[in-house]
Design a protein around this ligand. Sequence first.
Ligand code: ZN
Length: 458
Amino acid sequence: MMNGRYQPTPQLTSFQAALGQQQALNLALADVAKYTKVKSLPEAELALMDGPQTQIQLVVYPLQRKPLLAWAITLRPNLASRWTYIIDAQSSDILQHFDNLCKVHGTHTASDHGHAVPPPDGPATANANDLFGISRTINTYQKGSLFYLIDASRSMFDAPASVFPDEPVGVIWTINAQNTSPENNNFGAAHITSSNNTWTNPIAVSAHYNAGRAFEYFKQTFNRNSINGQGGNIISLINVADPSGQPMDNAFWNGAAMFYGNGSIAFSSPLAKGLDVSGHEMSHGVIQNTANLEYYAESGAINESFADVFGAMIDRDDWLIGENVVNNNVYTSGALRSMSDPHNGGNSLNDDGWQPAHFSEKYTGTADNAGVHINSGITNRAYYLFAEQVSKNTAEQVYYRALNNYLTRSSQFIDLRIAVIQAATDLHGANSTVVNAAISAFSTVGIGAGQVANTRTI
Ligand SMILES: [Zn+2]
């Protein structure tokens, strides 16, 4: 997309920036080491990442509306974080730095007349209990004498390009992090296998099943070919630990894979149990590959809100997020967030799970990347109000079109209003009931027609 907040400047690459590319990279690497572990990644871990470890380009960055030349750097110091740095190419000041990753708080061998024949390698199905104790039909893959938790049954599967079991393409694949942390050097993930296609690990079953639900949602609802839109593998790692070795109290999608902890304080169940948690995190991958909303302040809150919108549409029976995994002693309403009632049983930001329900309650501090998981309550409620008027089926189509066609990296709340109204106009016509419902929903949460739209610097 060419209309983001900061624009690549190929014509300026010969410009004499006072700060060279390698110097800028070194500054960013030194700084990020204060926040997270910087690892040199082995090849197996690079396969679980959505891009190279470092990317850098010269951009024009609008600092308080005064454009200046800056280095935009993406660092992936380990599998658990993806940092953005903006460094002034003249003064060497770090203008912006934040982590982009959302963390939710978070056999047999056939024989023929006695002659051994090659085993029937290929997709298989099984029934197995998930973390609810519900029997799910899951897709597995047989190679030789073992079955793997690899789902090669989806439309994205690329058989000619696949090598089983370690290099499948276009699959949903669940693996075991064996209670290690991606931030530590002993991180190790292993295939989950069965000799007879029976599966007795409900965490693995939930993760595998939920990934399939997320894939099918985007495929059947929007004809989107996987999270990245290009048939990319959906990999889930279960039993992820935190750096101290304790169960990670979180879940996240790092651009290429889902990482599920088993919960400790905020979460009382393995996070793989929550279909909306899975849906939320994988939706961040869809957002990254479409509008790529900057994970900071209002654009970041819109990013969070879209993840909740699609998470709630995948887990469609209510407007709550995280209701199946949170610790009710921490989140006394029983949910991480409520899209229909963002106050979620609380009175203020001091209460866990409370979010603003109206623009007048917007959080203006710097915590949480300037409120990305806080102010999303305002736009979540706008979606709820919209969907209640026009149906979830109609609302999700309008929102996906707004995300895919109109929103950009730097979009603000008012831009979301404009984008949703435009998408509704495209699909249903100006002055349609759907357009009027969108106007009404945004006005009700205080995102009004009178606000000034984001002006793009370039
Ligand atoms: Zn999120």
